[in-house]
Write a protein of this length. Structure first.
Length: 189
């Protein structure tokens, strides 16, 4: 069970109900949940799906984040995906698709990308169905990803050090065989 930072709560924030997909409700990312009242919260709170019950955004669980990271303020929902080894997903409100490139968010997201690559993890920005992988030395927009595809990150030594690249690949791509820790499925939770 995730532990919520003392003094933090969802009061005044329902952004996850809009920008995070909920498979149990067949609700795609970037659309309001039909059970959400944006001003009051979930109308089926006691009967909400398991995905919703188990979801705690990064603002609620990461004590290193300050009030600027409250989703209702920054229009970003952070989700740590423990099942996919060190993956951080940055869900962005379609109303402000480039907010993640503003400060103080961008430099922090880039820092997380540098740390993630060392742990064979990933930082992915989701703008609706479109994915952008944030790499230590840049970004790679993968667009909308096909179901079942994986995100593969590669590195090559260049004159200025390592260069990183990311691409969406089919699960039978020979580059992913034997390298499960550097490859993760492309679908957000």
């Amino acid at each position: 069970m995730k532990i919520v930072v003392e003094g933090r709560n969802c009061d005044g924030c329902t952004l996850c109900c809009k920008i995070v997909g909920i498979s149990e409700l067949e609700k795609p990312a970037g659309t309001w949940c039909p059970h959400c009242d944006a001003r009051r919260g979930c109308r089926i709170y006691e009967q909400r799906p398991g995905e919703c019950r188990g979801f705690y955004c990064g603002y609620l669980t990461n004590p290193a984040l300050d009030e600027r990271w409250k989703p209702s303020r920054c229009k970003i929902v952070l989700a740590y995906d423990e099942l996919k080894a060190a993956r951080l997903m940055v869900f962005v409100d379609p109303v402000r698709p480039d907010v993640w490139r503003e400060e103080p968010y961008y430099s922090q997201i880039k820092g997380w990308a540098r740390a993630a690559i060392k742990a064979r993890g990933q930082v992915i920005v989701w703008q609706g169905a479109n994915a952008t992988v944030v790499l230590p030395d840049g970004e790679k927009n993968l667009g909308a990803l096909a179901p079942g595809h994986l995100i593969y990150i590669s590195q090559k030594m260049g004159p200025q050090g390592y260069r990183f690249d990311a691409e969406a690949v089919a699960p039978d791509d020979p580059r992913v065989s034997g390298r499960p820790s550097s490859v993760q499925d492309a679908a957000p939770p």
